[in-house]
Ligand binder design. Structure first.
Ligand code: ATP
Ligand code: MG
Length: 569
């Protein structure tokens, strides 16, 4: 492409509305333009990157045996009524009526439409398994669209849906998608982890997210520094300490702590670290009573873990003030495990404490020098907390680091949720109708463009990894307008590179070299060629990789071969 024919403006200034770097750079480089909150146009250079992402996804989906289809953005409300999601899906679902007053939605996802296709087309177990995928525009009326295309309202997704006759086939289909995702994200040169996720409301047995590691990510995840273990913080197991609990050294004593209700206040007032204090939370029991949960002062309760414990109400509910008073005789803020009559669980870390500080179950009083086994019975131990930085990895190798991630993909075993509601059956070997099992697999195509920039940039701009770059090479002639020799040589080199199948951005604009260099760096084209009069006389061209700091002189006659070699390597 000739830059002179490209009317898109780049800017030096950081746009005020962009909080994260990828958004700033995408606006500055003219990849996208905002149309409305969370709604963007893709300009030529940006669209070329989107197409590269899509191409890699297509190749790997096809290789995995999935079949590409294209479903409509506009979907009839009846399908959503049938699945039950018409009433379940909140305001993220954009609903409208057509001229006949019929309900429609703009698809945020396509389980309903694809299940409708499957129940019409698939008759026999012999036609299974099948995996239909599409790359298509979604609309979700997000509460807080932000970070540009990272969390847009309209965005491009690759969504795939597989149909199976039995659980084993669903698990195999899921495993195949998992492998395909790992190949795609590796080819895109993303630094990613696959993370065990909570399948939450959708149900189904298994679910994993693919997270691109980046400080601007919205999700906190726990990753091991010793292997590839990664987990949603909420799901990561906090391992019991592997040394024995220290022996008691202090006597038990009561201390006055007037109005000191929080761990922070108590630890400061008594001059003991927060890790030496305990906090006790009372939650509703499953039998109508209350259950006490004890945590180390600096740790956070994990509701998902707590609500799975025998005797604890699921979903987890904090006990009412009246129930707390009835069980402890005290107000919240001064609760502790000593003398408590209700069932009690101590987190492994709390169980490992000696000489600790806790509430005395009396107003304005705490206890210190408290020891399990001596001053109160040994409690039941449980994993009750969120993991923190430095915890041992549940994989047994390395320590956990809490890092941030951008979710670029999500795979699910859905089971029969939609096929049952929508009556999608096939005939089995004995001619009986059986409800199909489903998997679903999403990728945020446009989000990947932003995620890649989050991982690949410097102070001068974007640095595209070769497989996603809008162009392989930027060709910058110097003094083109004044030197017919340079123009002739640059035109010839451009033609030669293009003929060799190399994607070239030819900066033939009437602009100062400084402007061209700055734009080349902002746009992040991986390979740069500079052609000037002096080089021409010597029969050479200057080459530099976007990540390099030095130029290499390459003989003009072998530039194309040289670039081809760089691209292959
Ligand atoms: P999130 O937790 O980020 O809202 P999600 O769980 O709602 O994501 P899915 O329904 O699994 O997402 O959609 C599949 C993929 O689509 C996600 O992994 C993500 O990459 C992408 N995606 C989801 N919402 C958006 C959005 N608002 N803008 C851009 N991409 C999105
Ligand atoms: Mg979402």
């Amino acid at each position: 492409m000739r830059f002179s024919q490209y009317p898109i403006n780049t800017t030096k200034e950081t746009p005020a509305e962009a909080e994260v770097l990828s958004h700033q750079l995408m606006l500055r480089a003219g990849l996208i333009r905002r149309v409305a909150a969370g709604i963007y146009s893709w300009l030529p250079l940006g669209l070329r990157v989107v197409r590269k992402v899509e191409q890699i996804i297509r190749e790997e989906m096809n290789r995995a045996g999935a079949l590409e289809i294209l479903m409509p953005a506009v979907q009839p409300g009846e399908l959503w009524q049938e699945s039950g999601r018409w009433s379940e899906y909140g305001p993220e679902l954009l609903r409208f009526k057509d001229r006949h007053e019929r309900d429609f939605v703009i698809g945020p996802t396509h389980e309903e439409v694809v299940t409708d296709i499957a129940r019409r087309e698939l008759r026999s177990y012999r036609q299974l398994p099948v995996n239909f995928y599409q790359i298509q525009t979604k609309f979700r009326d997000e509460v807080r669209p932000r970070f540009g295309v990272m969390r847009g309202r309209e965005f491009i997704m690759k969504d795939a849906y597989s149909f199976h006759a039995d659980e084993a086939s669903m698990a195999a289909g899921y495993a195949a998608m998992r492998a395909a995702y790992a190949r795609m994200f590796t080819r895109m040169q993303l630094n990613f982890r696959s993370v065990q996720a909570d399948s939450g409301a959708i149900g189904g047995s298994s679910s994993e997210e693919f997270q691109v590691l980046a400080d601007s990510g919205e999700d906190a995840i726990a990753v091991s520094d010793g292997d590839t273990y990664a987990s949603n913080i909420e799901l990561a197991a906090a391992m019991p300490p592997n040394q024995p609990r220290p022996a008691p050294t202090q006597p038990l004593e009561e201390v006055a702590t007037p109005r000191m209700k929080t761990i922070a206040e108590v630890s400061e007032f008594l001059k003991v670290p927060r890790e030496q204090c305990q906090k006790l939370l009372l939650v509703d029991g499953s039998d109508g009573g209350v259950v006490a949960l004890v945590l180390r002062g600096d740790h956070e309760l994990n509701a998902l873990k707590a609500q799975k414990l025998p005797g604890v109400a699921n979903p987890l509910r904090m006990a009412s003030a009246a129930a707390i008073r009835a069980a402890t005789g005290s107000e919240p803020g001064f609760l502790g495990p000593v003398g408590l009559k209700c069932p009690l669980y101590a987190d492994h870390a709390a169980l490992h404490m000696a000489d600790f500080v806790c509430g005395a179950n009396a107003p304005d009083l705490h206890l210190r020098g408290v020891n399990w086994g001596r001053d109160l019975p040994e409690p039941r131990a449980a994993d009750l907390r969120n993991v923190v930085d430095g915890d041992p990895s549940p994989s047994g190798r390395g320590q956990l680091r809490i890092v941030r991630g951008i979710e670029v993909g999500h795979i699910f075993q859905l089971g029969r949720k939609y096929s049952q509601a929508m009556n999608a059956t096939v005939l089995d070997e004995s001619g009986q109708p059986v409800t199909m099992l489903m998997g679903c697999y999403g990728i945020g195509v446009t989000r990947i463009v932003a995620a890649s920039i989050e991982q690949n940039h410097d102070e001068r701009g974007i640095i595209w990894p070769a497989p996603l770059a809008p162009f392989h090479v930027v060709l910058i002639p110097l003094n083109l307008q004044k030197s017919p020799q340079v123009r002739a040589a640059a035109d010839a080199l451009y033609a030669e590179l293009v003929a060799a199948g190399i994607e070239v951005l030819y900066d033939d604009r009437d602009a100062r070299p400084g402007v061209k260099f700055a734009d080349a760096e902002l746009l992040g084209i991986p390979h740069r060629l500079v052609l000037g009069e002096r080089g021409l006389e010597a029969g050479s061209c200057e080459y530099r990789h976007r990540r390099a700091t030095d130029n290499t002189d390459v003989p003009l006659a072998s530039v194309t071969a040289y670039i081809a070699q760089q691209l292959a390597g």
